[in-house]
Design a protein around this ligand. Sequence first.
Ligand SMILES: Cc1ncc(COP(=O)(O)O)c(C=O)c1O
Length: 371
Amino acid sequence: MIVPFLDLRRDVDYLGTELLDAAERVIRSGSYVLGQEGVLFEQEFASFTRTENCVTVGNGLHALELVLRSWGIGDGDEVLVPANTFIATWLAVSACGAIPVPIDPDPRTLTIEARDVAARVTGDTAAAIPVHLFGVPSDVPAIRSSLEGRSVRILEDAAQAHGASVEGAPVGGLGDAAAFSFYPSKNLGALGDGGAVTTNDSGMAESVRLLRNYGSSIKYHHEIKGGNSRLDELQAALLRVKLSHVEESTRLRAECARRYLELLTDVPGVSVPVAPSGDRSQVWYVFNIRHERRDELQSMLAREGIGTIIYYPEPPHLSPAYAELGYARGDFPVAEEFADKSLALPFGPHLRVDEQETVVNSVRRAALALS
Ligand SMILES: Cc1ncc(COP(=O)(O)O)c(C=O)c1O
């Protein structure tokens, strides 16, 4: 049996005609950019994240970047980021002219911890971007306390964690602002690119609104030099449908993860994700195992038709894109070890039980052969 890493068509099939109906509604409306669907989605997503403002943008990278720009972060500023994240977190900082300052994550949660954040603050630190990686929420309340009295803003990178929460409060409203991605594979995914900023700071939300639309709130009147980063009406309408089912798909993801955790208990040499401590409620974005001989394991699974992905094989500090910062292997050992040993298995709300069993049987065979 072939088991693909992810088959997004299953999401579409599961929703029956709802997506097609929404798409037809937009196509027939004659309004395609910054219209009523976008307004309604912003209201619905603000309510989902329990924040006062949601501003949609073109993608998650722009969501991060426009928040930093709205705070006036730029040349010479330092922004604290995890050493292990998708490079977009760092690129948003660089796009503003600021410097990403990496922090090695906690080896269990893979998120950055308050004590490490506080230790890296200097007179030039303008912001910190905790990433809710793989759906595990960073402990933002603890990070906030550790930064008390310092003028360091907190931007949550919530691209992989729609619906996760800390102490019962959803991500999106834990920091000063949050950035979401709606890239198709995300827990809340569009059928194209999309992103959003959430915040309880209405003034900042208005700045992002200007920045995303040529610096303009009144047509052809330009208050600042903005850009173009808008969520189109088609994606907004499709996201409204997906959002109305996201709690159910989060539950199905958790079931899928629980089954893997059960099935993988006695597989030699394979480590599974560790749940974060009590207050943090995760939503599963992907399911990563770890193995000392990960590359061989991945090849063996591929030969049996099992699709896998590495999130991410090259930490940003070792990528050519960031050679100028002068980091070397060994500087962030937790991030590097994860990059070397982790492997994401096929995963999703609609992965079948028999497919999961097939995956685990293949993992077991490969792991035994490698032990
Ligand atoms: C942690 C993280 N931050 C930011 C982004 C950027 O989102 P987008 O691809 O929508 O620009 C992603 C998306 O892959 C991500 O995983």
